[in-house]
Design a protein around this ligand. Structure first.
Ligand code: DNO
Length: 358
């Protein structure tokens, strides 16, 4: 594995590249052209400039999160083929710049969903949290308004104000889309992009739906082991892979995370590793990464990744807001640095136990 951290670009991120560089073991960042709308072309010169900026800071781009897939592609409207053409050209430009891993999602309307961005924990830290009760009580078009005051002045991925201004139209677009249609549109998209992925060895890593069930009646197709395998089989190419996101798949306590990992050797191209603490099956908060602070056994998760020979980028995922930091919720420097150090420690211990027979 390669330890990385997500970085939104100098224009948008409160965290600087030089700070990320000082986190022990981090050699790469996961980044994107943050001002590009889904469906838009990523020009090679802009990718090149981003790559140079990261290289100047002594790191490299370990992958992209995300080249977003437009709603036209997800819904299958008449603009879909044009957007897929742009997507293919963007992948080609990334390949030419020697970038070989792309994370994306196929979630309708909302990317990830949380109902609180700053729930206070007993130690005074704040975390992202979710309760089904809060989702059930709110009209989807009010969702953005209800959390925007907690965004610390940042633009959160998937919750861009321009996009949220059209929530009603977005819901209208998806009104005839059920799980099967959404799945067919995903397969159509993947089949169209596989040739360019093969040509440039670009590993596509779909992000699971977060939370791993339907919200606001919208269809969700990447929520369980069974559904992930259905997708892997439908386009059975090693470049069609998964972002193993423990915090997303793990929202459903029936998902056995180490078992899912072990069932997908060679198809996990990227890992988001974090813990969740459940107060009830439908009320969870994003605790510290440490096993004892949450519900997941982080040792078993990292061990499963190690055992399947996972060699892609890994990143600590959402962190708590600690030590007075003001940053994009989930994406401050301090707690993610602690997360990276912890995962590195687990990995080293597992590796030494395996290779030294300790
Ligand atoms: C949330 C992230 C997601 C993820 C996208 C991938 O913090 O994990 O926004 O980047 O779903 O396209």
């Amino acid at each position: 594995m390669e330890m990385t951290m997500r970085w939104y670009g100098s224009q948008y991120d409160t965290v600087k590249l030089w700070q990320i560089r000082q986190v022990p073991g981090i050699t790469g960042v996961i980044t994107m052209l943050y001002d590009k709308q889904a469906g838009e072309l990523w020009p090679q010169d802009q990718i090149h400039a981003l790559k140079e900026e990261v290289a100047q800071a002594g790191m490299h781009i370990a992958g992209i999160e995300s080249v977003n897939v437009s709603d036209a592609i997800k819904v299958g409207t008449k603009d879909r083929d044009e957007h897929i053409e742009n997507y293919i050209k963007s992948l080609e430009n990334l390949g030419k710049e020697d970038i070989h891993m792309v994370c994306y999602n196929f979630m309708p309307v909302f990317d990830w969903t949380r109902t609180e961005l700053a729930r206070k924990r007993p130690d005074g830290s704040t975390v992202l949290a979710y309760t089904q009760e809060a989702v059930d009580a709110i009209n989807p078009s009010d969702m953005f308004a209800s959390i925007k005051g907690e965004m610390n002045g940042t633009v959160m991925p998937g919750w861009e104000p321009e996009r949220m201004a059209h929530v009603k139209e977005l819901f209208e677009m998806y009104k005839d889309i059920d799980e099967d249609k959404l799945f067919d549109n995903l397969v159509y998209f993947l089949k169209a992009i596989m040739p360019v992925c093969n040509k440039y060895d670009i590993k596509m890593a779909i992000h699971p739906d977060d939370p791993a069930w339907s919200v606001f009646g919208l269809p969700r197709i990447i929520t369980s082991k069974e559904k992930i395998h259905r997708m892997m089989k439908a386009v059975d190419d090693p470049h069609n892979g998964l972002t193993l996101c423990t915090g997303s798949l793990g929202t459903n306590l029936e998902n056995d995370l180490p078992d899912i990992i072990r069932s997908l050797p060679g198809r996990i191209h990227f890992a988001h590793v974090r813990n969740l603490k459940f107060n009830s099956p439908t009320d969870f908060e994003e605790s510290a990464h440490l096993s004892s602070d949450g519900t997941f056994d982080m040792y078993e998760i990292v061990k499963a990744l190690y055992d399947i020979g996972f060699d892609g980028p890994i990143r600590p995922d959402h962190g708590r807001m600690i030590w007075g930091e003001v940053a994009m919720p989930g994406y401050g420097l301090y707690d993610r640095a602690l997360g990276a150090a912890y995962i590195n420690g687990l990995w080293e211990a597992i590796d030494k136990a395996e290779t030294r027979g300790v």
